[in-house]
Design a protein around this ligand. Structure first.
Ligand code: BEZ
Length: 328
C-alpha cells in the first residue's frame, strides 16, 4: 500500500497556494447517461458558475481514463484531479471501508442515505489522505443491491454453484462464497454482454441499472433483496488539493458535497419508480429478506470483524435507523 503522508505534508508546506484558472479532469466508470455521470457534469457547471469560469471541469465517463483502480492511481500521481468512485474500489485499498458492505447493514435505501450522513461514516474519509493520497469529499451512492438471474431462483440453494457477476471487491466476493455461489468479478462495462451470452448466470446489481441498462430483458427473475448498500465517494487528488488555496478548496468541497447529497436524495426518491417499472416487465420478482440468506450474513461478519474495525460502529448505526430513516 502506498502511503503518502510525508509527501502530503511536504507539499502543504512548500507549495504556494494559487487561485489561478484551472480546468480539472474528473474520471468515472459509468456511461454518459448514468446518474453519476450527469451528476458530475452538473457539479462541473456549478463550479464554473460559482467562479465565473475560472474553475472548470471536464468529465471523462465510461472508463475513458481506465478502470477504477487505474483512476485511483492517477489521482495519486495528480494526473487526474477528481473522481467519483465506488467505495468498493476504495475498500480494495483501505479494508476498513468494507464495513459498508455488511449484508443488511441498513434496512432500505433511505437507511443507506442516513448511514452515509452519519458521523461514523464520515469519519472513515479521514483515513484516505494517509492511506491512498486522495481526499474524500463526500459520499454518493447507487441503489441497494439486488440479484438478477437468467434462471428461476426460489431459495438460496438455487444460487449454489451459479456464476454470479460481482463488482470486483472482496466484501461482496465473501458474501457469495458463503452462499456457495461462484462470484465472478467483472467491471460494469462488461456486464451486458456477459449476461447476454451466458458467461454468468446472474448479476449483483442495483435496480436503476437493471432498468436503465435493460439487463432485465436478458433475465428470468430478480431477487429483490436489498442485501447491501452501494456507496460512491467524491475524491480529489491530494497533490492537487494542497495546491489550491483555501477559498477554492471550500468552493469545491461545498459544491461537490451539495451535488452528491442531491444524488443520494434522487436515488431514495426514485427507488419506488424503478420498482414500478420493473413490475411492468416480464421478469419474475421475488421479494426476499435476511432469513433467505441463512448463515451467510453471520459468516460475513465473522470474516470482516477483524479486517474492518469500523464494522462494529456501522452495525450500531444501522441498528439505530428506522426502516424509513432518511426519507424527506
Ligand atoms: C457496479 O459495479 O455494479 C456498478 C458500478 C457503478 C455504478 C453502478 C453499478
Amino acid at each position: 500500500m502506498v502511503k503518502l503522508p510525508v509527501l502530503v505534508v511536504v507539499l502543504c508546506l512548500l507549495v504556494s497556494a494559487d487561485s489561478i484558472a484551472r480546468e480539472f479532469k474528473l474520471g468515472l466508470i459509468t456511461p454518459p447517461s448514468h446518474v453519476w455521470t450527469t451528476s458530475a457534469e452538473s457539479f462541473g457547471r456549478s463550479l464554473e458558475e460559482a467562479t465565473d469560469g475560472r474553475l472548470s471541469l471536464i468529465v471523462y465517463p465510461a472508463q475513458q481514463l481506465g478502470n477504477e483502480a487505474q483512476i485511483l492511481q492517477q489521482l495519486q500521481t495528480g494526473a487526474v484531479d477528481m473522481a467519483f468512485l465506488t467505495v468498493a474500489e476504495v475498500s480494495n485499498r483501505v479494508p476498513d471501508f468494507g464495513a459498508f458492505y455488511a449484508p443488511y447493514l441498513v434496512g432500505d435505501i433511505a437507511g443507506a442515505a442516513e448511514m452515509l450522513r452519519s458521523k461514523e461514516a464520515l469519519a472513515l474519509l479521514e483515513q484516505l489522505p494517509e492511506e491512498t493520497g486522495v481526499f474524500g469529499i463526500a459520499y454518493g451512492m447507487a441503489g441497494m443491491r439486488q440479484i438478477l438471474s437468467r434462471y428461476p431462483v426460489s431459495s438460496a440453494v438455487d444460487l449454489k454453484g451459479r456464476k454470479i457477476r460481482i463488482t470486483p471487491f472482496a466484501p461482496i466476493r465473501d458474501f457469495y462464497e458463503s452462499l456457495g455461489a461462484a462470484p465472478t468479478p467483472m467491471p460494469l462495462a462488461s456486464v451486458y454482454d456477459a449476461l447476454a451470452n451466458g458467461q454468468v448466470d446472474a448479476i449483483d446489481m442495483d435496480m436503476e441499472s437493471i432498468i436503465k441498462m435493460k439487463y432485465h430483458e436478458l433475465a428470468d427473475s430478480v431477487l429483490l433483496s436489498d442485501h447491501m448498500m452501494f456507496p460512491m465517494v467524491g475524491l480529489v487528488s491530494a497533490r492537487v488539493w494542497v495546491r489550491l488555496d483555501e477559498a477554492d478548496q471550500n468552493i469545491i468541497r461545498e459544491l461537490m458535497t451539495a451535488e452528491l447529497d442531491q444524488l443520494v436524495r434522487k436515488y431514495v426518491h426514485e427507488e419506488s419508480e424503478y420498482l414500478k417499472e420493473l413490475e411492468n416487465t416480464e421478469v419474475e420478482i421475488l421479494h426476499v429478506h435476511p432469513e433467505f440468506f441463512g448463515d451467510a450474513i453471520e459468516e460475513w461478519d465473522a470474516l470482516w470483524r477483524e479486517q474492518s474495525p469500523a464494522l462494529r460502529d456501522l452495525r450500531r448505526v444501522g441498528r439505530s435507523l428506522s426502516p424509513k430513516a432518511g426519507t424527506e
